[in-house]
Design a protein around this ligand. Sequence first.
Ligand SMILES: C[S@@+](CC[C@H](N)C(=O)[O-])C[C@H]1O[C@@H](n2cnc3c(N)ncnc32)[C@H](O)[C@@H]1O
Length: 231
Amino acid sequence: MNQVSVVARKVKELHDASAPEYGSQKGHGFCSAEERGAWMNVLKGLSIDKNSSCLEVGAGTGVLTELLGAILNRSGTLYAQDFSRESIELNREHLTGKTEATLKYLEGDAHDRGVFSPIEDHSLDLIVARQSVVFFEDPIHVFKLWKGLLKAGGRAVILDALWDRFIWTGEWAGLVESLPLSCPGSIRSMTYLMEQAGFSIEKSYFLDEVNDCLGDSGARYPRFVIVAHPN
Ligand SMILES: C[S@@+](CC[C@H](N)C(=O)[O-])C[C@H]1O[C@@H](n2cnc3c(N)ncnc32)[C@H](O)[C@@H]1O
């Protein structure tokens, strides 16, 4: 096994172990109705078509999947992908009865096109990744894969934060030097890599309402959104 695979295995193992508590952790789950509402407002601001074919990459235990599922209607399709089996099981339980859309789970590594085999090339309207691209060992490779999955006119949406290395503690700290986006110093760290992968950036901005709800965490690690489309 090469070094890349060792890192992926560790990322997966840590997420499997933390999945049961994930939804109750500040900054991961929603700690108040206001915070949930602020994230919903972010999605509403994207004017997502209710009939969309949508993929959530690194969907985890379903915190954001639930909001996406609430937006889509019965003509929509929502693929929720993750390599943490524990997270996918919790996501499945959490989403039960919460969306009219067709919900499909894809288990495996986001770097592997085979994981997305039920999705045809250039068929998706939307790809969303919340707090998962920071775990990718080869973000440009993943963004190129997204480009192949999106329709012309489709969009990739990254929701993340300007983390620093000190947020990564315990066993997670050992991953920092292996993950290129683990401590992005500016939004530009991500938009630049997306451009290198063949995306044009439509907009990027800090999520003021979300950051206000998060208090100190929102001030120190400001959450942001990037909206991009394939060139
Ligand atoms: C911090 S959690 C975010 C979960 C969810 N997006 C949310 O907003 O609550 C990161 C998720 O990305 C997943 N992940 C990280 N790297 C991945 C990879 N290479 N392939 C698949 N899933 C990955 C983890 O297993 C975990 O569930």
